[in-house]
Design a protein. Sequence first.
Length: 472
Amino acid sequence: MDSSFSNLHVAILSSPGMGHLIPVVVLANRLAAHHNVRVTVLQVTTAVAPPESKLLNLHVHKELVQIIQLPPVDISHLVGPSTQVVTQLCLMVREALPVIRSAIDAMDRRPDALFVDHFGTDALPIAAELNIAKYVYVPSTAWFTALTVYCPVLDQEIEGEYVDQLEDLRIPGCKPIRPEDVVEPMLDRNDQQYDEYVRMGKQIPLSDGILFNSWEDLEPKTIQALRENQTLRSIVNIPVYPIGPLRRPIEPAGPTSELISWLDRQPNESVLFVSFGSGGMLSTEQMTELAWGLELSCQRFIWVVRPPTRGRMDDAYLSIHNTSDDTPTYLPEGFSTRTRDVGLLVPTWAPQVEILSHPAVGGFLSHCGWSSTLESITNGVPMIAWPLYAEQRMNATFLVEEVGVAVRPGVLPTKQVVGREEIERLARSLIEHKEGQRMREKAKQLKLSGMDSLGHGGSSYKSMCEILSKIG
Ligand code: UDP
């Protein structure tokens, strides 16, 4: 099969936010580096959150990928204090439609296809107007994709809130979903973001095909259902393409990085990396328990810390103290001193891919964002699943129950504060015990199967060639 498509130009629309731009740029780099496709990324930006400076650190294929930051859109007149994230994202894309169209019109060469991420489905008619191919890129699992396209049916079939259902939600041919694991927009059917999500589910099948960041060996059953299950096919009568695992390459933290030198001094597979993605935050109460849990576990750790949100019990915990060492005020007094020999606190942001690929790292306590999950699995690192929002609860269940590369607390961390003893137990089991070793072996197998699927002749590689052949 021909793998070079140097005649093609693809435009990819990224919804706002670093968490959405990263997978789009990763896809763009893949198209450029492995298939010689020219790619223009159109990034929707907002006046409220200007393009993040971290973009500067993002690796971009120099010759073939261009990122255009669209003029910021203003949605302040459309939102209130209670407007949820998904609604905001969809509104931003909707408001950006004229500038997206102008940016495409201004291109020296009209693209042969428009790819949009799943928040950008409102832009699909632009591709129809231009008479070019249109694809939706879901930078997540086949399972999440199946739920999204099937949600309009659940909307008709199920009465009341999904979270109140006594039985798991059934998607034809796929693993059922526990009501408590549904994606964020399905938590409240009266909120506008639920309507946006249902609309998204209806619009995705209007494209020419769906790409998602997974691979055949990781989700064989769901991928087969999306291709062959008659009920699902009656809804998604377009091709589906697993094209993953796509993830960022290692971005060196710099030769003098203290963090990497510290990791270099730790034994193999001994360090627990703790991070909650680009925006995940915990309550003060939960931060306190996590700090104590890590300390009690006596395991080595790197923890990306952010100031907490205010939780239920915060008044009891917010006896903000003057710290005698460099412990942040929201962590237990003296934490940094007591854990000095085993742990590192990194404020706000860390070179995650580089950390996860370091041989000293043996586990990842993660919010289970899909990019973080793939960065972990493709480095053979098992996880403590700590989902917070979006589709992370589904990801956590998938990793624990289906893939076998994660452990998790008994109760969802969004429902109840996870206590220090449980955190201690989870950290020990992942790093020290046989259970952790078994999961590490499984993660290493997946790392290899992921590499195979991306290699020449691999399933994801072939999927991508098939899409490009259709476009070309
Ligand atoms: N990330 C990082 N350093 C951090 C936090 C996050 O490099 O300190 C990157 C991480 O490697 C991943 C992305 O940000 O590529 C987070 O995406 P994910 O889908 O995991 O979660 P989200 O942030 O969208 O919730």
